[in-house]
Design a protein around this ligand. Sequence first.
Ligand code: SDX
Length: 435
Amino acid sequence: MSNEAHGSVTMTLDESNKSLSLPLRLGTIGPSVADISKIYGTLGVFTYDPGYGMTASCESKITYIDGDAGILLHRGYPIDQLAEHSSFLEVAYLLLNGELPTAKERHDFEYGVMRHTMLHEQLRRFFDGFRRDAHPMAVLCGVVGALSAFYHDSLDINDPEHRRISAFRLIAKLPTIAAWAYKYTIGQPFMYPRNDLGYAENFLYMMNAVPAEPYKVSPVLARAMDRIFILHADHEQNASTSTVRLAGSTGANPFACIAAGIASLWGPAHGGANEAVLKMLADIGHKDNIPDFIEKVKDKDSHVRLMGFGHRVYKNYDPRAKIMERTCHEVLAELGIKDDPLLDMAMELERIARHDEYFISKKLYPNVDFYSGIILKAMGFPTSMFTVLFAVARTVGWISQWKEMIEDPSQRIGRPRQVYTGSPQRDFTPLDARS
Ligand code: SDX
């Protein structure tokens, strides 16, 4: 972002008639930003924006979303082109380094990632500390946070080499930790990663193979998994990415920051929505019950939401949802699933919602989570693993955003302010004087 102002916004405080000219900073595309850094010093007021819906927390070159047009770009490349022509590890290289790799760069990057897929043998014992019925997101959060106890050789965030090796380790080890978290809950032995397989193929292998017999991953399912990872890789300053940036702004090590991002992603309003969509479809039960469910969603007092619909930024169709729906049909066809009742119900739900004034007026469209759960369920993943897969993919975005923040000289520790509405100062009341 250029430091010189491109115009300004003037703010005047009525009570004192004091004015401040806020410099406007231009981005490459998208809205300009009004620099409010001098507002408290000049006017003595803060700005107020709960949920930071209209606040730019940083400058970034990684991802751009045009919510009105339903556009998602990674380093300028549209998500539909990347989903069609690229691979998850190539997108990971792009997000981290800013350009698509040459053939040699891509080979070296893939070789580097695929040789960090194993975990320290002592980490295997971490899993035994969890109950067998632990939610895999709890296991993922715990084990990823524990990585910082094993890699003291790469915790200096100011050392570019440490940042590089930590990125490799996190991108490479998340699938192994995710697959072992699943195997642990079903009491099956852990499958070690195989460096001769592709990234998504290796993940599906570790999820589904057993030591007792050979296992071949379907190339169609491996391609679908790779594409699903691409669709979840990064998404501007969403809640979990902002969590990673805020944790990283204190100088915390990258493993702890990614563990914080995993915890944030877990919420049903964010990455937990794909699991919530499947539960919603199960609760509806049958297509005939959809009209009643829609009426419940429109009744504010029910506090029922159409999960997988709506988005803070997209006020048009989430471009990832379109690609996800297409992938859904491909996977079901590959699996020989003709009439999947869940997909039929989801498509009917979307058809009805898309023609209902309530959803149209609030610009509520399917988001990335609406169809993803149906694909993942058809591929054999338990719903408890859906957000885990989201975290595996989003680790690439989190570590890219973390790296960008560490390398941004203008970034400093995040420390939002507040508007205080509590009690004015008062003296301590002794116990015997309290009623
Ligand atoms: C992800 O930020 C990202 O980029 C996230 C993500 C990523 O890749 O990182 O895209 C991934 O988190 C996708 C979103 C997954 N969550 C869900 O599908 C849960 C259901 N959706 C919502 O809870 C909601 O739409 C949010 C949380 C996604 C967005 O919330 P906002 O922008 O804060 O919108 P809002 O809650 O202020 O709602 C605006 C209005 C409200 O009605 P009014 O108060 O104006 O009368 O729309 C209504 C809401 O009641 N509304 C919904 C709704 N979402 C919003 N009503 C019914 N069903 C919904 N899903």
